[in-house]
Design a protein around this ligand. Structure first.
Ligand code: ADP
Length: 342
C-alpha cells in the first residue's frame, strides 16, 4: 500500500510504502471472525426460535393433555358416580331381597312346623277310634276290678281284694303310658337334633299305634341290632316318621289275611339303616315316582292327605338322610340311613 504526503515547506513529496499482507491477514481473520460470529448468532437465533417453538408446542401439548386428562377425569368421575348410584340401588334391592327371603324362610319354617303338626294330628285323628277302644277297654276292666275288690273287702277276703287293686294299678299305669305317648307325639317339637336311642323311639311309636295294630290283627316284629343303637335325630320327629311309615303299611294291608310289619334297625360303620317293611301289595310301578310328592295319594278321600311320605322325607333330610322305597314287590320296604352315635 502506498501512502503519500506533500510537504510544501520542505518541498518534498513523501511516499511511504507499507506491506499490506499483515492487514490482509487481519482483515481475513476479522472477516472470518465476523462470519463465524454471525453464523453462531444465526444458529443461536435459530436455536432460540426453535426452542421457543418447541416450548410453545410443549405448552400446547401440555395444555391439551391436561384438558384431555381433566375431561377424562370428569367423565370417569361421572361414570363412577353413575355406577356408584347404580350399585347403591342394586345393593339396596339386594338387601331388600335378602330381607324378604329371610322373612319368607321364617314363614316357611313356621308353615312347615304347622304342617308337620297338622299331619301328626291327622294321624291321631285316623287312630282315634283305636285309641278310644284302647282306653275304654281298661276303663271297663277297672270298673269291674273295683266292684270285685269292694265285694271281696265286704267279705273280708283281703288277698283277693288286694289282687284286684293291683290290677287297677297296672291298668291305670298302662292308660297313663298311652296318654304320655300321645301327649309326646302331639306336642310341637323344638326340632333339636341330639343322640336318640332307637329302641325308645320304636317302642313309643308302637305304643301309639298299638290300639290300631291290635284292632287290625297285625303282627309286628322289631329288630334293633345291636340293641343299644343310637342315631343323630330328634326323638319326637323320628317317632312321627315311624308312625307315618307304619300307619301307611297298616293301611296298605287292609283287607288281607296275614298282616306283618317288620321294623329293622341295622348298625353299620358310623351309620344305621332303619327300615319299615310290610307284606302288603307294595307300590304300583306307575306310582313309584310320585309317592314322595306332596298331596299324592291313592287312598279314598278322608283316608289320606298325601303328605305322610313328603313330611317324613323332609324330616329325615333334616337329620341328613333320605327315605327311599327299597323294595316294592311282595310288600313295600321303606328305608333311610342316619348317622350312628352309639
Ligand atoms: P297318604 O298316606 O296320605 O296317601 P303318603 O304320602 O303317606 O300319603 O303316601 C302316598 C302314597 O304312597 C299312598 O297313597 C300309597 O299309594 C303309597 N304308599 C305309601 N306307603 C305304602 C305302603 N307301605 N304300601 C303301599 N303303598 C304305599
Amino acid at each position: 500500500m502506498k501512502q503519500s504526503q506533500l510537504m510544501p515547506h520542505a518541498g518534498w513529496n513523501v511516499h511511504i510504502l507499507s506491506d499490506t499482507r499483515e492487514i490482509q491477514t487481519r482483515v481475513l481473520l476479522g472477516n472470518i471472525l465476523v462470519t463465524l460470529g454471525l453464523t453462531i448468532f444465526y444458529i443461536m437465533t435459530l436455536l432460540l426460535v426453535q426452542r421457543k417453538h418447541r416450548l410453545a408446542e410443549l405448552d400446547r401439548i401440555e395444555k391439551e393433555s391436561k384438558k384431555a386428562l381433566r375431561e377424562a377425569n370428569e367423565m370417569l368421575e361421572s361414570r363412577v358416580l353413575d355406577r356408584t348410584q347404580q350399585l347403591t340401588k342394586t345393593n339396596e334391592l339386594l338387601r331388600q331381597e335378602i330381607l324378604d327371603r329371610q322373612q319368607t324362610e321364617v314363614k316357611l319354617k313356621r308353615a312347615r312346623k304347622e304342617l308337620i303338626h297338622a299331619a301328626k294330628l291327622a294321624v291321631l285323628g285316623q287312630m282315634s277310634a283305636g285309641i278310644n277302644h284302647e282306653l275304654n277297654q281298661p276303663l271297663a276292666a277297672i270298673r269291674s276290678y273295683a266292684d270285685n275288690g269292694k265285694q271281696f273287702l265286704e267279705k273280708g277276703r283281703m288277698e283277693e281284694a288286694m289282687w284286684n287293686l293291683e290290677q287297677i294299678g297296672e291298668l291305670t299305669e298302662r292308660m297313663a303310658q298311652i296318654g304320655f305317648q300321645l301327649k309326646l307325639f302331639s306336642k310341637k317339637s323344638s326340632g333339636q337334633i341330639v343322640a336318640v336311642p332307637l329302641h325308645g323311639v320304636i317302642d313309643g311309636a308302637l305304643e301309639i299305634l298299638n290300639p290300631s295294630l291290635k284292632k287290625a290283627n297285625i303282627v309286628t316284629t322289631i329288630k334293633v341290632d345291636p340293641p343299644e343303637l343310637e342315631v343323630r335325630a330328634n326323638h319326637v320327629l323320628l317317632q312321627q316318621v315311624l308312625v307315618n311309615l307304619i300307619s301307611n303299611a297298616m293301611q296298605a294291608m287292609e283287607g288281607q289275611e296275614a298282616k306283618l310289619i317288620k321294623v329293622e334297625c341295622t348298625g353299620e360303620d358310623g351309620k344305621v339303616v332303619i327300615a319299615v317293611e310290610d307284606n302288603g301289595p307294595g307300590v304300583a310301578g306307575e306310582h313309584r315316582q310320585d309317592i314322595f310328592e306332596p298331596f299324592f295319594t291313592t287312598k279314598k278321600s278322608g283316608q289320606g292327605l298325601g303328605l305322610g311320605l313328603t313330611i317324613s322325607d323332609r324330616i329325615v333330610r333334616d337329620f341328613g338322610g333320605q327315605i327311599r322305597l327299597a323294595s316294592s314287590k311282595g310288600g313295600a320296604r321303606f328305608e333311610f340311613t342316619l348317622e350312628r352315635t352309639k
